[in-house]
Design a protein around this ligand. Sequence first.
Ligand code: ZN
Length: 229
Amino acid sequence: MDAWILRTTEYKESSKLIVAMGDEGVFSFVAKGMRNYKSPWRSLIEPFRHLELKLSNGTLPALQEARLLTPIDSAAASLEVMSYMGHLAELFYTLRDTIAFDKLYPYWLQTLPYMSVDPEGYGIMMEIKLLYVMGITPVFDRCVACESKERVGFSIADGGMLCQQHMTPEAITDHDLLIGIYQLYQQDLSTPLPNFERARTRRFVDQYFEYHVNVQTTARQMIRGVYNY
Ligand SMILES: [Zn+2]
């Protein structure tokens, strides 16, 4: 099966417990003896690798064969890329019960090569797309309270735009920010990313995830260390 490795932890004796995702969701398996020097898996099975796996049957399957599907990109080892990969891996894992992996996984594999080009830009884009595959897409084209096409500001709590009549003091009225987020939501991989205000967009996405799915990742602290926001 085709899989992207989310995390590895030490397991009984010289084995490792691996958590991965594929188009059917998140799953775990054991790579027996992989901490031994001679194990061919020792340097192959690492977080954020894209692999072909063959597993045994059972509730906790054992790894039988593994092979790299996407070549290792040396640029992907930078702190920026690793921080964003870690952040997304935590989101995928934490939100695994609400994500439609049949939609997310193929899209994530297509996005992977771009992550080493612009980890922040494509990372934020991926988070906005993630809202879509969880069914909590922000509503941009109408007031969420009354369906009016008049739009004055965006309410994170309500998950969309508000008209004058339904506006709240907390709603975001920074239209450049909102247009940028809407463009990222619409963006596909065939054209370069639009310019967007990164610090404010980062904050918006953090707040949206925190409010709607109550998630903050530990890798988010590393991202703050890299970008200062
Ligand atoms: Zn309204």
